[in-house]
Design a protein around this ligand. Structure first.
Ligand code: NAD
Length: 467
């Protein structure tokens, strides 16, 4: 919301501070025009068979795969993540579109038993014009999570990407159009959240809105949407706990924590944001973790060998830096590695921050209760599973959680007791397209992925036929 008010948005490469490209700053009028065009296109798109719509999504996914290098380079330039992560994300986008295309023929209602009134059945129908508001951290994957089910179900979709990362979304839209999905059926409106985003939230002509972003903005979007009759899906922030039990395979848990926290420079909704380690393995675990984290190669994501890129911008770096600055003095914690702005001369124009591990902070301090969106991992020692679960459930969040153990009993207890939309056992972070995903508590409502997301984009009509 602090972008300079011109009609162009300059997208800044966070690794270099240079421009990665520009986009139009769409106004509310631009959003209303996109809605109008979609309304004209809706009946034609909805009348196609799911198989016909799926064919166009398959073609699009194939083209995205063929152009993955070009798309990944653009994503790295605008978002900062290393090229290998950007490629994973582009491939993930193609996989999600393929998944929804592949299940297009499974859309069906119910046939109900004959009653005194005759035969009853339900049919599933598209909702109409849907909106999607997307954050900057996984802009392409999250775009696919919303686009696949919305289009297969027969809706038109208007996507508002983050103004920090609109470039790859625009290019993906051009690919979908070149593969036969009409421009008014699927469109991207670039612009600020306060202008273009709120126009989607406030509109009564948008039948469903899927929002992904912070809890704070999500709550605001919910207020804007209130009374408009739209179906709202909120995919919000998280502070995922990872519990490492005494019987865990320590090396694989350490590797899981490193991948789970420092992927995407710690800017993933379901990143490992808090570690709870049982006391009898805590020293060995912290030593191995610190050693691995201190070896993470930070740098420009375009350079081969880079394992962690910059934070999204200088403001994000300033925020992390401020948070950490008093942690030893004010909370008696110990920074085991990292803790500073990365100081090498070749990295000085980017928003780099060292991968950081912190031990000994009180379990009720902000590191454990808030969402820290950067490469900082606090580690706490717990005496047993009861304490681990109590601490894990302490926050207002309920997105993901993981438990690392060889015991079936621990796995059952954790999966049963943890307040989270998704619980992994001996893994964290990865979510295949067919697996539903979403939050509990203040982490949101509704689901993305799998058949659950397809349902979010369809309405059920009941027919009772009396002979
Ligand atoms: P954000 O809330 O700042 O912005 C998200 C989107 O909302 C952007 O497109 C922004 O332009 C738009 N927006 C801002 N103000 C708006 C308004 N008044 N009306 C309508 N739209 C508005 O979030 P961010 O910084 O881009 O992303 C990081 C957050 O997203 C983190 O909290 C992260 O955990 C969360 N996230 C959640 C998931 C999930 O699936 N649960 C996935 C990725 C990210």
């Amino acid at each position: 919301m602090n972008e300079k008010e011109t009609d162009i948005i300059d997208v800044i490469n966070p690794a270099t501070g240079e421009s990665a490209g520009t986009v139009k700053r769409c106004t509310k009028d631009d959003v209303h025009s996109a809605i109008e065009m979609a309304e004209d296109a809706f009946s034609g798109w909805a009348a196609k068979s799911p198989r016909e719509r799926a064919k166009l999504l398959f073609l699009s996914a194939q083209e995205i795969r063929e152009r993955q290098t070009e798309l990944a380079e653009l994503l790295t330039a605008e978002q900062g993540k290393p090229l290998f992560e950007a490629k994973n994300e582009i491939q993930g986008c193609a996989a999600v579109l393929e998944y929804y295309a592949s299940i297009s023929g499974t859309v069906r209602g119910d046939f109900l038993p004959k009653s005194d009134y005759g035969y009853s059945f339900t049919v599933k129908k598209p909702l109409g014009i849907c909106g999607a508001i997307i954050p900057w951290n996984m802009p392409v994957l999250i775009l696919a999570w919303k686009t696949g089910p919305a289009l297969v179900a027969g809706n038109c979709l208007i996507v508002k990407p983050s103004s920090k990362t609109p470039l790859t979304s625009q290019k993906i839209a051009a690919i979908l159009h070149s593969c036969g999905i009409p421009e008014d059926v699927f469109s991207v409106v670039t612009g600020s959240g306060s202008e273009a985003g709120s126009a989607l939230a406030e509109s009564r002509r948008i039948a469903a809105l899927s929002f992904t972003g912070s809890v704070e903005t999500g709550n605001f979007v919910e207020k804007l949407s209130c009374g408009t009759g739209k179906r709202l899906t909120l995919e919000l922030g998280g502070s995922d706990p990872m519990i490492v039990c005494s019987d865990a395979d320590i090396d694989s848990a350490v590797a899981g924590a490193v991948a789970g926290r420092y992927y995407n420079c710690g800017q993933t909704c379901t990143a490992v944001k808090r570690l709870y380690v049982m006391e009898d393995i805590a020293e060995e675990f912290k030593r191995k973790l610190t050693e691995k984290v201190s070896q993470i190669k930070t740098g420009n994501g375009m350079i081969k060998g880079t394992k962690m890129g910059p934070l999204i911008d200088m403001d994000a770096r300033e925020k992390i830096s401020m948070l950490i600055s008093g942690i030893e003095r004010d909370y008696g914690a110990e920074i085991l590695t990292g803790g500073k702005i990365t100081g090498t001369p070749e990295l000085k124009s980017g928003s780099f921050f060292e991968p950081t591990v912190i031990a000994g902070a009180p379990k009720d301090c902000f590191l454990f209760t808030e969402e820290i969106f950067g490469p900082v991992l606090p580690v706490a020692v717990v005496k047993d599973m009861d304490e681990a679960i109590e601490e894990a459930n302490r926050t207002k969040f309920g997105l993901g959680a993981s438990v690392w153990t060889k015991s079936l009993k621990n796995s059952f207890e954790a999966t049963e007791m943890l307040d989270a939309g998704i619980v992994w056992v001996n893994r964290h972070l990865k979510i295949p397209p067919e697996v539903p995903f979403g939050g509990e508590k203040e982490s949101g409502s509704g689901r993305e992925n799998g058949l659950s997301a397809l349902d979010r984009y369809m309405k059920e009509k009941t027919v009772i036929m009396t002979p």
